[in-house]
Design a binder for this molecule. Structure first.
Ligand code: HEM
Ligand SMILES: [Ca+2]
Ligand SMILES: [Ca+2]
Length: 307
């Protein structure tokens, strides 16, 4: 059974250790919030919220982390879990799962950057499977059609409105140039850039991504106006041609998603309420309890490393 105070008896310092670790990390490395949120969704959409994404490959197993869509997952999202796990293992060894650490860290970081609070129930076990081959088809890509994207979210139990609310996560963080450069250079015979972009924004992006093939680290903020603040600016950007990814633009073009973009653009309270609700739902997606999982000693390997 899950509960918000699952560790009250077994690890009374859980809350304070989490709070200290997260505050220190986010203050010294402000990209941590977005990094952790992305790692979390990539975890939950593949085998559920079970920390399967945190496992490293070894000679027996090519893990999720080495699936091509996960290669760009930001290191800070892994590091925060390792830090919390290390501190927790000193206080209460073998008690707190990596999956719970990731779920609670994500929530705390979202609130730290201005987003809504939602309850996270605890008691998840860490998964026993992490296979790169099981990733494909479970995560949306920016070049997918809206039909494909809607289908993926539906397969995880999210309707269109919940999907639009969740994608509001792009109010923080950044994307590497290769994720949107096809819209900037040689877009079509008639126009080098995607005409959906605001022209000045397109010029700025072309500059920012000029050498992206030589330097694959080059990136741009997902929300050009308030990149570090969790707010509803992402939705306000879209109709102004300030959406970064093709999938972001598609949100405001498709008649199925557009009404929700418009709602959230004008009503941040509605966005926060729906985002919080969808995150609470995401946080318990296909979680494992009891014997269906374990509490890993190290978040990057199964306790039986030969599996
Ligand atoms: C339409 C569905 C989605 C697509 C196609 C998509 C695609 C992407 C892509 C391509 C990136 C850039 C990755 C990189 O270059 O490193 C990104 C970043 C990000 N995505 Fe999404 N995403 C979607 C939905 C979501 C959802 C539902 C969430 C969370 C609830 C989310 C959270 C994030 C965050 C926080 C970042 C920034 C990561 C960072 O700054 O390190 N995305 N997304
Ligand atoms: Ca998982
Ligand atoms: Ca923002």
């Amino acid at each position: 059974k899950l509960s918000p105070d699952y560790y009250k008896q077994s690890c009374p310092e859980f809350d304070s250790i989490m709070r200290d670790t997260i505050t220190t990390k986010q203050i010294t490395t402000p990209t941590t919030a977005a990094a952790t949120l992305r790692v979390f969704i990539h975890d939950c959409f593949v085998e559920g919220c079970d920390a399967s994404v945190l496992v490293s490959s070894n000679s027996f197993n090519k893990a999720e982390r080495d699936a091509d869509i996960n290669l760009s997952l930001p290191g800070d999202g892994f590091d925060i879990v390792v830090r919390a796990k290390t501190a927790l293992e000193l206080s209460c060894p073998g008690i707190v799962s990596c999956a719970d650490i990731l779920a609670q860290a994500t929530r705390d970081l979202i609130t730290m950057v201005g987003g809504p609070y939602y309850p996270v129930r605890l008691g998840r076990k860490d998964g026993l499977i992490s296979l790169a081959s099981r990733v494909e088809g479970n995560l949306a890509r920016s070049n997918m059609t809206m039909d494909q994207i809607i289908k993926i979210f539906a397969s995880k139990g999210f309707d269109i409105q919940e999907m639009v609310a969740l994608v509001g996560a792009h109010t923080i963080g950044f994307s590497h140039c290769k994720e949107f450069s096809d819209r900037l250079f040689n877009y079509s015979k008639t126009s080098p850039v995607d005409p959906e972009y605001n022209p000045r924004y397109a010029t700025a992006l072309q500059k920012a991504c000029k050498d992206y093939i030589k330097d694959p680290e080059m990136a741009a903020f997902n929300d050009v106006l308030t990149p570090n603040k969790f707010d509803n600016m992402y939705y306000q950007n879209l109709p102004r041609g300030l959406g970064l990814l093709a999938s972001d633009h598609a949100m405001v073009k498709d008649p199925r998603t557009k009404p929700f973009v418009e709602l959230y653009a004008t009503n941040q309270t509605a966005f926060f309420k729906d985002f919080a609700h969808a995150m609470e739902k995401l946080s318990v997606l296909e979680i494992k309890t009891g014997r269906k999982g374990e509490v890993r000693h190290r978040c990057d390997q199964f306790n039986n490393i030969n599996t």
